[in-house]
Ligand binder design. Structure first.
Ligand code: SAM
Length: 283
């Protein structure tokens, strides 16, 4: 927190984002990271970890809808989902809108889950109480290296590659994810804002290219991840998932009866059309 009543995030060495703070609801240090939750007139409640915005009540639906519904509807027969990170519960809540059998969330910091339940109930809603949810508190990298479980879709809702999140951007972690995917499974990752954090997309894409048949990324415009499109990484050994027709996705969307505010079947297909500067980062 800097200045009087403003939060400033230095996502990039030479540019910052500032959000007005009308009330600080919580500020402390868990064993893993510094957590602050504050109110902003435009975005509602905002949670930061180590001074980086993680989630806001106002725009969380954009990132969470796109991270959950694109791979799950592209796959078409998902029963088991693994989320790594995602302590605020917003992604879990979107995943559970599908008729999945199990949603396992592996989060390193129990403190984030507890604070989300207390201060961000509009984001996690009842997701942690859903009988299909299994919450595991451990390091995601260790979990994917050791578990015997297998998943149709794995979603990496991580912090940036600093602090505890750093382990979730390494080759060994992605190899662990591949090991835990069922045949034809899909891995989706948080890869930062491409214009200012392009090295994240490049590094992950190179690991995907070495490990998977279909390495890719798709774009989503999240207001509080400023400076252009955020990249969500995509990796699968099934090339057809990324080439579904509008008719197929529209049919699956209608069958689930989803009610979404950013995601729709047209955005699903269009999100894979990347601007050239993003394509150039993927080689
Ligand atoms: N959408 C957010 C963003 O990119 O700003 C990410 C939100 S989510 C709260 C990120 C979560 O990843 C945090 O709760 C953090 O504790 C968790 N995390 C970081 N490193 C982890 C690891 N190695 N294993 C499991 N969870 C991890």
């Amino acid at each position: 927190m800097t200045g009087s009543g403003w939060f400033e995030e230095a996502i990039h060495a030479h540019a910052t984002q500032k959000l007005e703070v009308t009330e600080v609801l919580y500020r402390s240090q868990t064993p893993h990271q510094k957590v602050v939750i504050f109110e902003n007139p435009t975005f509602g409640r905002v949670m930061t970890l180590d001074d980086v915005v993680q989630v806001t009540e106002g725009d969380e639906f954009i990132y969470h809808e796109m991270m959950a519904h694109v791979p799950i509807l592209a796959h078409g027969a998902v029963s088991d989902v693994l989320i790594v990170g995602g302590g605020d519960g917003g992604l879990l809540e979107e995943v559970l809108k599908h008729p999945v059998e199990h949603a396992t969330m592996v989060e390193i910091d129990h403190g984030v889950v507890d604070l989300a339940r207390r201060y961000l109930p509009s984001i996690c809603k009842g997701a942690f109480e859903d009988p299909r949810t299994e919450l595991v508190i451990t390091d995601g990298a260790q979990f994917v290296a050791e578990t015997d479980s297998r998943y149709d879709v794995i979603l990496i809702d991580s912090t940036d590659p600093i602090g505890p999140g750093e382990a979730l951007f390494r080759h060994g972690f992605y190899a662990g994810c591949k090991r835990c995917l069922k045949p034809g499974g899909i891995l989706v990752t948080q890869n930062g804002v491409a214009f200012v954090q392009g090295e994240e997309l490049t590094a992950s894409w190179r690991h995907f290219n070495a490990l998977f048949t279909d390495p890719a990324a798709y774009a989503v415009a999240v207001p509080t991840y400023i400076w252009g499109f955020m990249a969500l990484g995509w990796a699968s050994d099934e090339t057809e998932h990324r080439r579904r027709t509008l008719e197929t996705i529209t049919g699956r969307y209608a069958a689930v009866g989803l009610d979404t505010r950013y995601y729709n079947p047209e955005i699903h297909l269009g999100a894979f059309a990347l601007p050239t500067y993003m394509k150039e980062l993927m080689r």
